[in-house]
Design a protein around this ligand. Structure first.
Ligand SMILES: Nc1nc2c(ncn2[C@@H]2O[C@H](COP(=O)(O)OP(=O)(O)OP(=O)(O)O)[C@@H](O)[C@H]2O)c(=O)[nH]1
Ligand SMILES: [Mg+2]
Length: 205
């Protein structure tokens, strides 16, 4: 008997240059580019996960203030949010509070969040320790898991997806997150239209 593959949509959220695009490349293609190219719009890559049980569609959003609003319409159908900040720039952690406000406004109340400190390879940076302590404090306060990763070395990148997908899977089992609801279907159609218009690399749903 064949088991139906579930589609899970995640969104990468965070300020400029924190490593969202790098996370997508590291997780989906296991590669890393050291040259920075600013994301100007939404992009996504998909990956079959957990022996084909899930197809993960991971959306990369632009960090630039003036481009962020365009992503909010996609929040409704996301099952999880990867909130990334840069361990060498503590203000990028503070910025995540604004992102969480937008998630609370637009996303399902059952969507799962994870806070991710990127660039752990820069552990000797003078702001590193401060960022680390603040992130742990914020994570405890909000009861959200916190991981430190490096897209450069690949450290802990898979663990982030594993933790998030376990929690999302539980919500799906309980019927709290589903691809069947009217609103989500409506948003998927919108996603499809936008991706078609934008000439995206792959097709989902
Ligand atoms: N040292 C180090 N550099 C990293 C790491 N991850 C990303 N970078 C670098 O940080 C810069 C920004 O990375 P991006 O992935 O483009 O950042 P972004 O969050 O997508 O940025 P926007 O598209 O502007 O929102 C690039 O030069 C990357 O090579 C990391 O783990 N360690
Ligand atoms: Mg980017």
């Amino acid at each position: 008997m064949s088991v139906q593959q579930e589609v899970i949509k995640y969104m990468l959220v965070g300020s400029n240059m924190v490593g969202k695009t790098s996370f997508l490349s590291r997780f989906c293609e296991n590669n890393f580019k050291s040259n920075y190219e600013e994301s100007k719009g939404l992009d996504f890559k998909s990956k079959i996960y957990n022996d084909g049980k899930y197809r993960l569609c991971i959306f990369d959003t632009p960090g630039a203030e003036n481009l962020r609003y365009a992503s909010y319409g996609f929040y409704k159908s996301a099952f999880g949010f990867i909130l990334i900040f840069d361990l060498t720039r503590p203000y990028t952690l503070t910025d995540l509070r604004d992102d969480m406000t937008e998630i609370a406004k637009h996303a399902s109340e059952y969507a799962q969040l994870i806070i991710v400190g990127n660039k752990s390879d820069q552990y000797d940076h003078h702001y590193y320790k401060e960022s680390q302590e603040e992130a742990q404090k914020m994570a405890n306060e909000l009861n959200i898991p916190y991981f430190e990763i490096s897209c450069l070395t690949g450290q802990n990148v898979d663990l982030v997806i594993e933790d998030l997908t376990t929690r999302v899977g539980n919500q799906m089992k309980n019927g709290n997150l589903s691809n069947q609801s009217g609103k989500q279907t409506q948003n998927r159609e919108k996603d499809e239209q936008i991706k078609t218009e934008g000439g995206c690399c792959c097709k989902i749903f």
